[in-house]
Design a protein around this ligand. Structure first.
Ligand SMILES: Cc1ncc(COP(=O)(O)O)c(C=O)c1O
Length: 339
C-alpha cells in the first residue's frame, strides 16, 4: 500500500499556481501554470523520487544502495533524497542530461553513469538496460521508475488531485518523458469521472503515447520533452489527445519569454504552455486550463547558447520566432490573488 504523501519530510508538493490570461479571437482565457519548480529539489520528479523510494524502503531492510534510470530531474531528486537519508545512489542517464542536473547529482555525492544506446535502441531504453545490469552485478536495489506502477500512481494520488483541487479546468496539459505524469493524470481523471480533458504535448519526433508526426519537427533535443520509446504506461489505455509542438517553437518561445520577464519555467513547460495556447486558439468560448510545468529555466539557461539553440535548424528557429512573437505578447500574468 503506498505511503501517505503527507509523511514526506521534504518540501515537496503544494506547489503554486500562477494565473495568466490569453486573449485570442475576441475571447479571454485563463491559463494556470502549476509551477513544479518550487519543489524542494526543483522539479515534478521530486514527487516520484520520494514516492517510489519511500515505498521501496517501507518496512524492509535498508539496501546497500539504490539505482535508477533518469533523463536528469528524477536523478537529481533521488540523489538529493539519498544524501539526506545517507543512502548511496547511482543514476544512469544519457549524454543529453543537462549540465545542471549532472553537476547536481555529483554534488549530492551520487554516482552518475552515462549509458550508450546500442544500434536502434532509444536512449531511454539504454538507460533502463544499463541500470538493470549494474543492479544485478552489484546487488543494488533497482527502483525502475520507467516500469514501476508507483510512478503514475504518484501523480494519480498526489499531483493530479492537488491541481484539480484548484479547478474546475476545461483541460489539463502535460508533457511526457517516462509517461508517468500523463498516465497518472489519465487514471485520476477517469477514476473521478472528471469533465476535465487531458492533452499531452510532445515534439513531432516523440512516440511516448502516439506514433511520431515528423510534420511537426523530428528532433528530440530537450531533456524530459518527448521520448524515443513508447511509454510502458501507454499500454491498456485509450490513446490521449496529443498536440505537437516542435523543439524549434519551444526554444524560440523560451528566448522571447525570458526577454519579457515571464515566470522562469523550464523548456518542457514552455512546450506545454504553447500546446495550451494552440488548443485555446481554436476554442469557441472562454476556457480555463491547467498546465503542468515540470521544472524551472535555471536547468537550461546556462546551456541555451552552447547546446539547445545550436541543436536545431537556424532557419526554422527564426520562422518560429516570427510566428510566435505576437501570440506570446497576448499572454499576461495576472496579479497574485489576495489572501
Ligand atoms: C523536464 C521534464 N518535463 C517533463 C517530464 C515528464 O515526466 P514523466 O517522466 O512523468 O513523463 C520530465 C521527466 O523526466 C522532465 O524531466
Amino acid at each position: 500500500m503506498p505511503r501517505e504523501t503527507s509523511d514526506c519530510p521534504f518540501k515537496i508538493g503544494n506547489t503554486p499556481l500562477t494565473s495568466l490570461t490569453l486573449a485570442a479571437n475576441g475571447l479571454t482565457h485563463e491559463i494556470c501554470l502549476k509551477e513544479e519548480r518550487f519543489n524542494a529539489f526543483g522539479s515534478i520528479k521530486d514527487r516520484v523520487a520520494w514516492y517510489i523510494l519511500s515505498n521501496a524502503l517501507a518496512g524492509g531492510k535498508k539496501p546497500s544502495g539504490v539505482i535508477d534510470a533518469s533523463s536528469g530531474n528524477y536523478g537529481f531528486a533521488l540523489a538529493s533524497i539519498g544524501k539526506a537519508l545517507d543512502l548511496p545512489v547511482t543514476i544512469v542517464s544519457s549524454a543529453s542530461i543537462s549540465g545542471f542536473n549532472a553537476e547536481g547529482i555529483r554534488q549530492a555525492g551520487a554516482r552518475l553513469i552515462l549509458s550508450e544506446p546500442r544500434p536502434g535502441e532509444s536512449s531511454n531504453a539504454a538507460r533502463m538496460r544499463v541500470a538493470g545490469e549494474i543492479a544485478e552485478r552489484e546487488g543494488l536495489l533497482f527502483l525502475d521508475q520507467y516500469n514501476n506502477a508507483l510512478n503514475p500512481q504518484c501523480h494519480e494520488n498526489w499531483t493530479a488531485p492537488e491541481l484539480l483541487r484548484d479547478g474546475p479546468f476545461d483541460a489539463c496539459f502535460v508533457a511526457a518523458s517516462s509517461g508517468g505524469t500523463a498516465r497518472g493524470f489519465m487514471d485520476y481523471l477517469s477514476a473521478t469521472q472528471s469533465r476535465t480533458g487531458l492533452v499531452l504535448v510532445e515534439p513531432g519526433g516523440s512516440k511516448a503515447f502516439a506514433a511520431p508526426d515528423p510534420s511537426h519537427g523530428h528532433t528530440l533535443t530537450i531533456p524530459g520533452y518527448g521520448s524515443g520509446r513508447t511509454s510502458t504506461f501507454a499500454q491498456d489505455v485509450a490513446p490521449p489527445a496529443v498536440i505537437r509542438i516542435s523543439d524549434e517553437h519551444v526554444l524560440a518561445a523560451a528566448v522571447h519569454l525570458a526577454a519579457n520577464g515571464f515566470p522562469p519555467i523550464g523548456l518542457s513547460s514552455i512546450g506545454v504552455l504553447l500546446g495550451a495556447v494552440k488548443w485555446l486558439e481554436t476554442a469557441t468560448s472562454a476556457m480555463r486550463v491547467g498546465c503542468v510545468c515540470a521544472d524551472g529555466a535555471e536547468r537550461y539557461s546556462g546551456e541555451m547558447d552552447t547546446r539547445y539553440l545550436p541543436a536545431v535548424d537556424a532557419d526554422k528557429l527564426k520562422s518560429a520566432s516570427a510566428i510566435l512573437g505576437g501570440t506570446l505578447d497576448g499572454l499576461v500574468c495576472q496579479p497574485a490573488p489576495r489572501t
